[in-house]
Design a protein around this ligand. Structure first.
Ligand code: FAD
Length: 410
């Protein structure tokens, strides 16, 4: 059998896969992406962080994203009963982009994948990676054509990047999965025609509201530019299962328990059936190994609260492309030092913030009556995605700093 050869094979054409492909094409690499779905396809993860713009720029994709007319985003607002606070990401400690977009991911992911193709990456849609022999000098990847089901193909690749998201193809095939430290949480969400009065609401911000009684239940409202929005709720899975009815009815019951959301969405048209996803938090033994690395969600996913997923996916793609440049040039590549350690720096910053969110400490800090402007700016930076800026004390010593700040605010 004739075996096609590529420098890099990427599993999955989501944000991590598409950006990695474009960056590798800029280095002149021969790149193939195997994607299970036909794009456009639905995906959750619609609120970007300003830090992600830097990677879109690096990948030569920014213009196409800007031209798509997505909802402009400049910050985040938080609401709990009568308490309200907001962060404007343009007012932040770290230099760099302060604005970004809220995107319908079917359209956004198609744009990124098309941009990767325009730059010379080959994408085979509706093909699924089913097996991999990673131990060979050059790995052999076996994948199946999902349209005719019959055919499997083998590809020889110089290196494999797993960007398969929650499917975690390599972690499953190579037994790399480890349980997440977080409790099993779930989310119910949909898109609606929101009909929110423009005078009462800032569409340029993601709105996070907290359940009036249980502060570990929270909601997102992510406005889009076409009068629609993404609405969702997150809670421990066991609690979500106490709500009965169709998935849409359960979401509506939960939304109506939050009076601020109920009021905002009083004229909304619930025209799309809700979806549910559970147990999304994931972890792995290692983010890389012989001939492969794990990008984005294929490696680790923490929690949706700070909208960090796409930014981490882009960051992982950018770091991996840099190391592959050295590796293909015949230089020694240290994946632990130059990939896993720097990537985890930002993931761990977000982890500290996520833990503080669910312990209630983050709410004490952000709703404090007398906030220190300098500290707000440092926190605003992390919320804008600058979780790798070691000059920011809330990155360098995030746990100690946040614990001390929480004690001060209590
Ligand atoms: P994905 O976007 O999941 O792409 C993976 C691709 O791989 C898919 O297209 C899939 O079809 C393909 N694939 C899978 N298996 C195979 C296979 N065997 N063969 C070939 N292809 C395959 N992030 C944000 O930034 N902002 C948010 O507001 C946000 N909200 C979220 C809300 C919830 C409830 C959850 C659970 C997550 C949220 N996220 C958010 C996280 C975000 O969804 C992900 O972090 C992001 O999509 C990761 O990108 P990725 O490229 O790693 O993977």
């Amino acid at each position: 059998m004739r075996i096609n050869k590529y420098d890099v094979l990427i599993i999955g054409a989501g944000p991590a896969g598409a950006v990695a492909a474009a960056l590798l094409r800029q280095q002149g690499r021969k790149v193939l992406i195997i994607e299970r779905e036909q794009f456009p396809r639905f995906s959750i993860g619609e609120s970007l962080l300003p830090q992600s713009m830097e990677y879109l720029q690096q990948a030569n994709m920014l213009q196409a994203v800007v031209e798509a007319g997505f909802q402009f985003k400049n910050g985040a607002s938080f609401v709990h009963n009568k308490k309200y606070t907001e962060f404007d990401f343009r007012d932040k400690y770290t230099k760099g982009w302060g604005t970004t977009y809220q995107v319908q991911r079917d359209h956004f992911d198609l744009i990124l994948a098309s941009e990767a193709e325009r730059q010379g990456a080959e994408i085979r849609y509706q093909h699924e990676v089913v097996m991999i022999d990673i131990e060979k000098i050059k790995p052999i990847v076996t994948f199946k054509n999902l349209i005719n089901q019959k055919y499997t193909y083998n590809i020889e690749a110089g290196f494999v990047l797993d960007a398969s998201g929650f499917s975690q193809v390599l972690p499953r095939l190579l037994d790399l999965k480890t349980p997440s430290d977080f409790p099993v949480r779930g989310a119910i969400f949909t898109h609606i025609e929101d009909n929110i009065l423009s005078s009462t609401f800032d569409r340029n911000k993601i709105c996070i509201t907290i359940h009036p009684e249980y502060n570990h239940i929270w909601y997102w409202l992510i406005p889009f530019s076409n009068g629609r929005c993404s609405i969702g709720v997150v809670a421990e899975n066991a609690l979500l299962q106490n709500y009965h009815g169709t998935t849409t009815e359960r979401l509506q019951i939960l939304v109506n328990q939050d009076l601020s959301l109920k009021k905002l969405l009083v004229n909304a048209k619930w025209d799309t059936p809700a979806r549910e996803i559970t147990a999304y938090a994931s972890n792995v033994k290692s983010l890389w190994g012989k001939n492969y690395a794990l990008l984005g969600n294929a490696g680790e996913f923490l929690d949706p609260i700070f909208s960090s997923g796409v930014t981490i996916a882009f960051k992982s793609a950018s770091l991996a492309a840099n190391i592959l440049k050295q590796q293909f040039a015949g230089e020694k590549a240290d994946w632990e030092k130059d990939y896993a350690v720097p990537l985890k720096l930002g993931i761990d910053t977000f982890r500290t913030f996520v833990e503080l969110w669910y312990s209630g400490g983050f709410q004490k800090i952000i709703f404090h009556d007398n906030p220190q402007p300098d500290i707000r700016r440092m926190i605003s930076s992390i919320l804008a995605g600058y979780a790798w800026d070691e000059n920011n004390p809330y990155v360098k010593k995030s746990k100690q700093r946040l614990t001390a700040l929480e004690a001060l605010c209590a």
